[in-house]
Design a protein around this ligand. Structure first.
Ligand SMILES: Nc1ncnc2c1ncn2[C@@H]1O[C@H](COP(=O)(O)OP(=O)(O)OP(=O)(O)O)[C@@H](O)[C@H]1O
Length: 426
């Protein structure tokens, strides 16, 4: 009898993908709505990252549209330098994203312990920033991501990949006006609210590159107002020892990325010319773009596979504190009494299986994706989904949203560092 009850439930691999298809391995991270853990597909034995989002928490934080938007955008893209979606599904408690596994950690952690060849990583990160997923027929896709060192993850070989699409949106000819994300990396045209388009990604990449090279961000401020002023008005300054850390051509490239006038900003010329400008830029001339694009180059840093991004504290926390640890459960048959938001999630966070389904575009239908709970409210003015995460983010920005408005509070960690001397690099 005992033997019968303990026998594992047979897994139906011909049916829709669900949590029973995976062996749950260790936790590697924690996000605003849930955790990330390594999983192994029971049939293919492939390893992935499973990001799971608690549905009740997501409703409470008015993030249902963001999660659906993230799932839709991720289904559309298939790019060698993006953390691609492989499966999506849900159960009664959680929404699940099964993603390419990045065991090398994020760029902020890597560079905080000191590491050369920042240019190489900037070149890799510029690949998806060019907005064209080569291996996808959806070549019109241009999205805005929350580009910052924390969202650039390395795989076990050391290749950099962009992640975190929960505030990403499609760009069309229409300019956007919403404000969401990590303020320190935001382009001035977002903060001045005059409307913006995909040019903002090149600015964010410039902020990331500057930070990776000099260990501090180019524009800083103790309050939101100070930071906004700095990003929109302050001249670009360089550390005293800038020339020891960066070549002259590097500083010229950084200055061109951190150009407030989008008609002059490096990377922004239309019809792919901007990306060609990056490729032919003097700073990047040592990069072999062809083999970079095909991942044929050996990255300058290979993460230590023994340390492999595993933070034991997540494991311990799961064991000691989690009163409801993740477990595959059969779905309830009756889904009749769901709230409007739960129903929206049920209907729109659809299953995706990269082995069985073609990637599809939801564009332009997802332009107006809003919560069913607030769909009647005329107060939703933002053309961009807002990040409802509440609390201090690693970039020192706390984001407080109520579904209709968002407030960004910036706390600056490096204000005590020596003042920078301004120099002009032309
Ligand atoms: N594909 C992945 N492979 C390996 N680790 C990952 C992967 N995605 C995320 N992680 C780890 O999990 C952590 C949490 O990621 P997640 O995207 O859920 O949260 P986040 O970056 O805080 O974003 P959000 O704003 O969505 O909460 C990351 O900091 C990273 O360390």
């Amino acid at each position: 009898m005992g033997a019968v009850c303990c026998r594992p439930t047979p897994v139906d691999f011909d049916g829709e993908v669900n949590l029973f298809h995976f062996v749950l391995l260790r936790c590697v991270g924690k996000g605003a709505f849930g955790k990330v853990r390594v999983v192994q597909h029971k049939q293919t034995r492939d390893l992935y990252a499973l990001k799971y989002i608690n549905k009740a928490k997501c409703v409470k934080m008015k993030a249902v549209p963001n999660v659906i938007q993230e799932r839709r955008l991720l289904e559309e893209v298939d790019h060698p330098y993006i953390v691609n979606l492989r499966y999506a599904f849900q159960d009664d408690e959680n929404c699940f994203f099964v993603l390419d596994l990045m065991l090398g950690g994020d760029l902020r952690s890597i560079f905080s312990v000191g590491f050369p060849s920042r240019k190489w990583y900037n070149a890799q990160a510029s690949q998806p920033a060019s907005g064209v997923p080569e291996s996808s027929p959806l070549t019109t896709l241009k999205t805005d991501r929350d580009i910052k060192p924390d969202n650039i993850l390395l795989d076990e070989k050391g290749n950099a990949h962009l992640t975190d699409f929960n505030i990403a949106v499609h760009f069309s000819d229409r300019k956007l006006t919403g404000v969401a994300g990590s303020m320190a990396y935001m382009a001035p045209e977002i903060l001045t609210k005059r409307g913006y388009t995909c040019h903002i990604d090149w600015w964010s990449l410039g902020v990331c590159a500057y930070e990776l090279i000099f260990g501090r961000r180019p524009f800083r401020g103790r309050t939101n107002g100070d930071l906004t002023h700095s990003i929109t008005k302050d001249p670009l300054k360089w550390p005293e020892d800038a020339e020891k850390k960066c070549s002259r051509s590097g500083m010229i490239a950084l200055k061109a990325l951190l150009e407030r006038d989008t008609t002059k900003r490096l990377g922004c010329r239309p019809n792919g010319e901007g990306y060609r400008d990056i490729q032919t830029n003097a700073w990047f001339k040592s990069i072999d773009w062809e083999t970079l694009e095909t991942k044929e180059q050996v990255p300058p840093f290979v993460p230590d596979s023994k340390k492999a991004n595993f933070d034991a504290s997540h494991e311990l926390e799961e064991l000691l504190l989690e009163d409801n640890p993740l477990k595959a459960k059969q779905r309830k048959a009756n889904q009749d009494n769901l709230t409007a938001e739960m129903r929206q999630m049920e209907e729109q966070f659809t299953t995706y299986d990269f082995k069985k389904m073609q990637r599809r575009s939801y564009y332009p239908h997802n332009q107006q994706l809003i919560s069913t709970a607030t769909a009647t409210s005329s107060a939703i003015a933002s053309s961009r989904p807002e990040t409802p995460a509440d609390g201090l983010r690693p970039d020192g920005v706390s984001i407080h949203g109520n579904g209709n408005s968002i407030e960004l509070r910036h706390s600056e960690g490096d204000a005590t560092k020596p003042e920078m001397a301004e120099k002009d690099y032309r």
